[in-house]
Write a protein that binds this ligand. Structure first.
Ligand SMILES: [Ca+2]
Length: 121
């Protein structure tokens, strides 16, 4: 039976190897849902609001949820993955932050026009 610090590391390695052999590998998966409240935003005028909403409706994640997945693996030993699900509100908030370039909480007609051009009219 090994003893001392080296013995402990041998035992730890033997334990991990036996866990890996018995179970194949250690696998964890986590799903995180982002469901924030919509940001309160003001529009300079009706034209600014119309331009913003039309451009927002053309963004890829405006209609429905969007997922992104990150994965970390050590073959045979460890597999960790994480899925982030973004709601429509998260997409709306992202669009507002992009459009409201001076971050004053009010979308001007000029800011809305620039955002609309970025979304490809
Ligand atoms: Ca602004």
């Amino acid at each position: 039976m090994p003893s001392g610090p080296r013995g402990a590391s041998v035992l730890t390695a033997a334990f991990l190897a036996s866990v890996a052999l018995l179970n194949g590998c250690i696998t964890t998966h986590e799903t995180v849902r982002e469901e924030p409240e919509r940001l309160k935003v003001e529009f300079e005028n009706d034209c600014a609001a119309r331009l913003f909403y039309e451009a927002f409706s053309r963004t890829p994640d405006a209609h429905g949820r969007r997922e992104s997945e990150t994965k970390f693996e050590i073959p045979v030993v460890l597999s960790v993955s994480r899925t982030v699900v973004r709601s429509e509100n998260a997409a709306f908030n992202h669009a507002v932050r992009r459009c409201d370039t001076n971050q004053d909480g009010k979308i001007t007609e000029q800011e809305a026009r620039i955002f609309a051009e970025q979304q490809g009219r």
